[in-house]
Design a protein around this ligand. Structure first.
Ligand SMILES: [Zn+2]
Ligand SMILES: [Zn+2]
Length: 446
């Protein structure tokens, strides 16, 4: 490179950050420049006399006389008034840059810089044209790096949205506002397919949302026909909109069939509009042994331990598996601690089918309706005690557990304390499952 340069070109790098000074020195020396480094403003003023540079590359935030001070002193001195200065700074505030330009600096390199941009800027001072392509590439790269990173959830991701997370009966008061007061309803979706589970009062809001997308086929799975799982159905907007097709799936009931139960709750003694007046088309399906496939989702079921023919559902996608078991009295009658119960303990035999059904799911949605104190009074009511639910969650091996079907007696503060207790029990069992409480409106992705 030296013979390409008729005269030695001298550059003084004024930079207090040593690795940066080292980098700039190396870059410049490789191009044939003679380089010296000054570590602060005072050293710079001294080396001006001893080294006599053609160009100064000047940092602004320097110890002992900062860069602006150095610049002013250079411009005030007749000998250095026209000396070339390139400011190399991480400070890009407009008032600072304006002040630097006013002091006769035409080139400013912003740190961190691309090597090509740095060499090109220095080269331009010495009248070299260089490779414009390289500079353009570097500028494009710098531009790309200045773009904000805006991550988004892929539209192909499955979601589950909780529209009602209360058990037994809807509640409404300020003290319930954080969790919400609607009874059971979730919507599981993937792309255009929507699977609804349960028609508690939460289905009213779900219906308003689904109606926005216009007529489509909806699949409504019912865990069982207790009030808190069907009471929102008459207020489900799509049933009044022509073009909607609604397939309703439920287990073979012990008494009246599924269709009669849905018709029955619209009996004129209970409700002003009858089933015949609905505008959507309906199909009723009794759950069989084979899993049901809807879009990319596979839905299977298992009976739970709860009065009436009650089931829980498992929804599998190519990515993950979710289980939704809202009403299940696991380990009925067990009031003791869950700590000494091993997976092969005979006490678990009665619940073996459910344990197997939940084994290996990624996301477990399961109730823990009663505290241990409450459960002692409510054995046989069809719901699990907190510590027994912790044991089932642990046995499932799931990564996450979302607790739903909150008791109407439990307000927000109570539920918060209960969640902390749940975490404490799980910790004491050495179970690392991540537990949260569902609230109305919540969306989880899986
Ligand atoms: Zn229920
Ligand atoms: Zn029930």
């Amino acid at each position: 490179m030296a013979d390409a340069m008729p005269k030695e070109r001298r550059v003084l790098v004024v930079e207090d950050v040593e690795p940066l000074a080292f980098l700039m020195t190396n870059l410049l020396r490789n191009q044939g420049y003679a380089v010296e480094v000054a570590g602060d403003g005072e050293a710079c003023m001294q080396q001006l006399r001893t080294f006599a540079p053609d160009l100064i590359i000047l940092d602004i935030m320097l110890p002992r006389a900062h860069g602006i001070d150095v610049l002013k002193r250079l411009r005030e001195n007749e000998k250095t008034r026209r000396l070339g200065v390139i400011v190399c700074t991480a400070k890009t505030f407009k008032p600072d840059l304006d002040q630097i330009r006013a002091l006769g600096v035409t080139e400013i390199i912003v740190k961190p810089f691309e090597k090509e941009v740095f060499l090109r800027t220095v080269g331009r001072f010495f009248g070299q044209t260089g490779d414009l392509g390289q500079e353009k590439l570097a500028a494009e790269k710098a531009d790309a790096e200045s773009q904000p990173y805006l991550p988004q959830i892929s539209p192909a991701t499955n979601f589950i949205r909780f529209w009602g997370t209360r058990g037994s009966i809807p509640v409404s008061a300020a003290r319930y506002v954080r969790h919400g007061g609607n009874t059971s309803c979730v919507v599981v979706g993937r792309g255009d397919e929507s699977v609804i589970i349960d028609a508690g009062s939460g289905i009213r809001d779900a219906g308003l949302e689904l109606a926005k997308a216009g007529p489509q086929k909806l699949h409504l799975f019912i865990t069982h026909t207790h009030w808190d799982h069907i009471q929102g159905f008459p207020f489900f907007a799509p049933i009044y909109i022509p073009g909607f097709e609604i397939a309703i799936y439920g287990a073979s009931t012990f008494g009246k069939d599924l269709q009669s139960i849905f018709r029955g709750q619209l009996d004129r003694d209970y409700f002003p509009i009858q089933f015949e007046d609905m505008k959507a088309k309906f199909e009723f399906h009794i759950l069989g042994e084979k899993p049901i496939r809807i879009g990319g989702l596979k839905i299977s079921w298992e009976f739970t331990n709860h009065p009436a023919a009650t089931v829980g559902f498992k929804i599998e996608s190519a990515r993950q598996t979710v289980a939704y078991v809202s009403d299940n009295e696991f380990l009925q009658g067990h009031l003791g601690s869950p700590h000494r119960i091993q997976p092969e303990d005979p006490i678990l035999l009665r619940d073996q089918k459910m344990i197997g059904f939940l084994k290996g799911v990624d996301l477990l949605i399961h109730e823990a309706q009663y505290t241990n104190q409450e459960y002692a009074q409510k054995i046989g009511w069809g719901h699990t005690s907190l510590s027994n639910a912790c044991l089932l969650a642990s046995l499932s091996g799931a990564q996450r557990w979302v607790v739903t079907h909150h008791d109407p007696m439990h307000d927000d503060d109570f539920l918060e304390a209960k969640l902390n207790l749940t975490k404490e029990i799980l910790r004491s069992m050495n179970c690392s499952i991540a537990v949260t409480h569902a609230h109305d409106g919540q969306i989880d992705y899986f």
